[in-house]
Design a protein around this ligand. Structure first.
Ligand code: GLA
Length: 404
């Protein structure tokens, strides 16, 4: 324990003597949207080391790790108090082995370790935040082997967001590559200033596990899947490899959504090139939830190297046609049925010329014949010379990949 403290104090001294002007964010850490798991959506403040270890085990056993999920992020409430020298301690009752041991366990499974703090003096859950301790906390996280920091915006009254999130510098100075997840709820339009600061930024307030509701908590609201989706309008030009719009962690598999709704939610997050951070209990998920979260063809749409966020190209009577340009001039196309009834569609590709002016892409089936594959049925459906005839269930999607 003494040696560990001395190392950190020595580190702080080196900090004090080093050149801060060169600070920047770690590049190349998020060339595709980060994937992983976070405790908050399902467990809230009920976090402990047993849950985190079991979750790491389940990510491996369920095939999620192999499908690309790598960050295991402990959200709010892992904290104990600061000690006399200001070093943050984990809650000893729930994390008796300490964070270094937990990080080592996560790494031993081939996964990465994520943690949570806040720009204010207190987190949203009332635990110690990082205000005034930014460099000290960054060094402690690095000494625990942290690879990802989610940084919240509670108790930030009077703070300048750009200055507050320049905690990036503290992370950079540790020398340990740490993904920086800005959780500022879109309040100050982070898409306009956070590209050189973070790897992802929340675009909205909190998600909740309902299809299309607003949950009013008094001074703030949380939002259902469709509400969050609608708040992404106009933001796609800001997402690119290295920095992503974050429409919040997923509710796939949580109790407020039907299986169709979970499938639609997952598909749309892939269309948005959103970070895919699972928020369910992966130790006890159903086979259907597991199949959704590990659908590699849908994940490949999210993780496409071009890194262009999709958009709704056509909307008609509760049916939306989302498109996402992919590498090699391929496209993902997702028919979303928001209505309460199943919809029969007869979609003539040649009558529906789609243009993406922001990224100079065109889906023109009169000029190019694309092969069509259904990513949920896992079936080839011929090509775009034939109209697509299918049924989209209520609150569900049909998701396709078009290949040149
Ligand atoms: C805020 C964030 C959530 C979660 C909680 C934790 O509401 O937006 O994602 O981190 O705080 O208290």
């Amino acid at each position: 324990m003494k040696i560990y403290r001395l190392t950190i104090i020595a580190g702080l001294l080196i900090f004090a003597l080093s050149d801060f002007s060169a600070a920047q964010k770690f590049e190349n850490l998020a060339l595709t949207p980060p994937m992983g798991w976070n405790s908050w959506n399902n467990f809230g403040c009920q976090v402990d080391e047993k849950l985190i270890r079991e979750t790491a085990d389940a990510l491996v056993a369920s095939g999620m790790k192999d499908a690309g999920y790598s960050y295991v992020v402990i959200d709010d409430c892992w904290h104990g108090a600061r000690d006399a020298q200001g070093f943050i301690q984990p809650d000893k009752e729930h994390f008796p082995s300490g964070m270094k041991a937990l990080g080592d366990y996560i790494h031993s499974k081939g996964l990465k370790f994520g943690i949570y703090s806040d720009v204010g003096a207190k987190t949203c859950g009332g635990k110690p935040g990082s205000r005034g301790y930014e460099y000290q906390d960054a060094l402690v996280y690095a000494s625990w082997g942290v690879d990802y920091l989610k940084y919240d915006w509670c108790n930030s009254e009077g703070l300048n967001p750009i200055g507050a999130y320049t905690t990036r510098d503290a992370l950079y100075k540790t020398g340990r590559p740490i993904v920086f997840s800005i959780c500022e709820w879109g309040d100050n339009k982070p898409w306009e200033w956070a590209k050189p600061i973070g790897h992802l930024w929340r675009t909205t307030g909190d998600i909740t596990d309902c299809w299309d509701c607003e949950e009013n908590h008094g001074s703030w609201s949380s939002w259902g899947i469709m509400r969050i989706l609608d708040k992404q309008k106009g933001l796609r030009i800001h997402a690119r490899p290295g920095h992503w719009n974050d429409p919040d962690m997923m509710e796939v598999g949580n109790s407020g959504l039907t299986i169709n709704e979970s499938r639609a939610h997952f598909s749309l997050w892939a269309m948005l090139a959103a970070p895919l951070i699972a928020g369910n209990d992966v130790r006890r998920m159903t086979r259907e939830t597991q199949a959704i979260l590990t659908n590699r063809e849908v994940i490949a749409v999210d993780q496409d190297a071009l890194g262009i966020q999709g958009f709704p190209a056509l909307t008609e009577d509760g049916l939306e046609v989302w498109v996402k340009p992919l590498a090699n001039d391929n496209w993902a196309v997702c028919f979303l049925n928001r209505s309460a009834q199943a919809k029969t569609i007869n979609f003539d590709w040649k009558d529906n010329f789609i243009k993406d002016d922001s990224f100079q892409k065109q889906l023109d089936a009169k000029k190019t014949v694309y092969k069509v594959r259904d990513l949920w049925a896992k079936k080839d459906l011929g090509d775009t010379n034939a109209a697509l005839k299918t049924v989209v269930q209520s609150h569900d999607v049909v998701m396709l990949k078009l290949t040149k």
